[in-house]
Ligand binder design. Structure first.
Ligand SMILES: *Cc1c(COP(=O)(O)O)cnc(C)c1O
Length: 397
């Protein structure tokens, strides 16, 4: 997945353009910048890549999720449904708005289980946030039916699935709003950065203003702009956007390499009858950023995980005991460890976490191994890795 593996002259040229004219900020300074608008140029590239009418770049993927929710009016006391298997950013982005994350089970897609989502809907539900984890997707048709039926937003976090598609549409472009991260380890990197995409003009305008102190961006005198509503600063810098602009042009090349490496590993592992793969919904095409597979039980998965580490098969994880990606070890959330007071509404809204049963998620995460697909591996290296993996798995069974 990580685009940083393949930095080159293109990235250097784009960054040097910015350094040469000295305007590191994405707004204003029209005279000084000699026509260089890296953030604007990247937004327009991303409109094509994600087939979306509007793109707003922001400072991170976490900011993208927060800005997306805020732009659609999600705030204090609202409930946002999210999966148990994701990145901590999901609940952070919800809670910073004073909204309440409602965690629900995943299924064998490793994404939201539509039935569990429907059960979790209450009169307070404002949005369903689907997270397209590890390069693939949840059952989007079923989730769209539920969001339409209950008239709640469908927000898509596609940070880990750049380049994946569902029924011909890029992941991220299916919900009312989509979110991307361009942090250092994502398929396209800006160093730090993120994007909100949407076909809804009003949400876009809101995201544009909200991510820059509420500035309306009308005219050429930044100091004279009005502020139709309160905003914050989630801006991306021109330096970061410049890196992304070079990277996005290389996305087709990155995706080809990912697919080649993914297929070699998948084919090798599919010889082992006890190994099964995550379900990809009908009409879905994975980005191949990760290869996810299931073993018969937690004990085998732990043995395999240990074997991989011992034999130098890196970047593979069993997330059952992981404190970044899975509810089981999110003790800081369950215990509400916050530097500052949290509203009584959110405190009360999160009490369910002390008792809610997530065994239907455990069932999948305990047996799952998720392997990052790197771009810098040569074909021979991937084949050697595949052989090692097969041997280690066979030994553990
Ligand atoms: C990386 C990631 C984010 C957050 O992105 P940052 O740019 O690191 O803030 C959010 N959601 C998912 C699923 C991610 O993988």
């Amino acid at each position: 997945m990580p685009g940083f593996e393949l930095f080159g002259d293109l990235e250097r040229k784009e960054v040097n353009d910015v350094l040469d004219n000295g305007v590191l900020m994405r707004y204003g300074f029209d005279g000084m910048r000699n026509g260089h608008w890296k953030a604007k140029a990247l937004e327009s590239e991303l409109q094509n890549t994600f087939q979306s009418k509007h793109v707003q770049l922001v400072s991170s993927g976490t900011a993208a999720v927060s800005v997306a929710l805020a732009s659609a009016g999600v705030g204090a006391g609202d409930e946002v449904i999210m999966p148990t298997f994701t990145f901590v950013a999901s609940f952070e982005a919800i809670m910073i708005l004073g909204a309440i994350p409602i965690l629900v089970d995943i299924d064998d897609t490793l994404g939201l289980n539509p039935e569990a989502v429907e059960k979790a809907i209450t009169p307070k539900t404002k949005a369903i946030m689907v997270v397209q984890m590890c390069g693939s997707m949840a059952n989007m048709d079923a989730l769209q039916v539920i969001s339409n039926k209950h008239n709640v937003l469908l927000v898509e976090d596609a940070c880990q699935a750049i380049g994946g598609t569902y029924k011909g549409k890029p992941l991220g472009s299916i919900g009312d709003l989509g979110c991307f991260s361009f942090d250092f380890v994502k398929t396209i990197t800006c160093g730090e950065g993120g994007a909100v995409i949407t076909n809804n003009k009003q949400y876009y305008t809101n995201a544009d203003h909200y991510s820059d102190h509420g500035h309306d961006h009308i005219g050429t005198d930044r100091g004279a702009e009005t502020h139709p509503f309160i905003g914050y600063n989630f801006r991306i810098s021109e330096l970061h956007a410049a890196v992304g602009l070079a990277q996005v042009k290389r996305l087709p090349e990155f995706l080809e390499i990912q697919k080649r490496n993914f297929n070699i590993l998948r084919e090798a592992l599919s010889e082992i009858p006890e190994v099964t793969f995550r379900t990809v919904p009908d009409g879905g095409v994975e980005s191949c950023a990760f290869l996810n597979f299931f073993l018969p039980d937690l004990e085998t998965a732990s043995k395999v995980s240990k074997g991989f580490t011992e034999h130098g098969v890196d970047v593979c994880w069993n997330y059952y005991n992981n404190s970044w990606h899975y509810i089981r070890e999110w003790n800081h959330l369950k215990d509400l460890k916050s530097l500052y007071p949290i509203s009584s509404e959110v405190k009360k809204g999160l009490e369910y976490l002390k008792t809610k049963d997530f065994s239907n998620s455990d069932k999948y995460i305990s047996r799952n191994i998720s392997c990052l697909i790197k771009l810098s591996w040569t074909e021979d290296e991937v084949k050697e890795r595949a052989n090692k993996m097969v041997n280690i798995i066979k030994n553990a069974l």
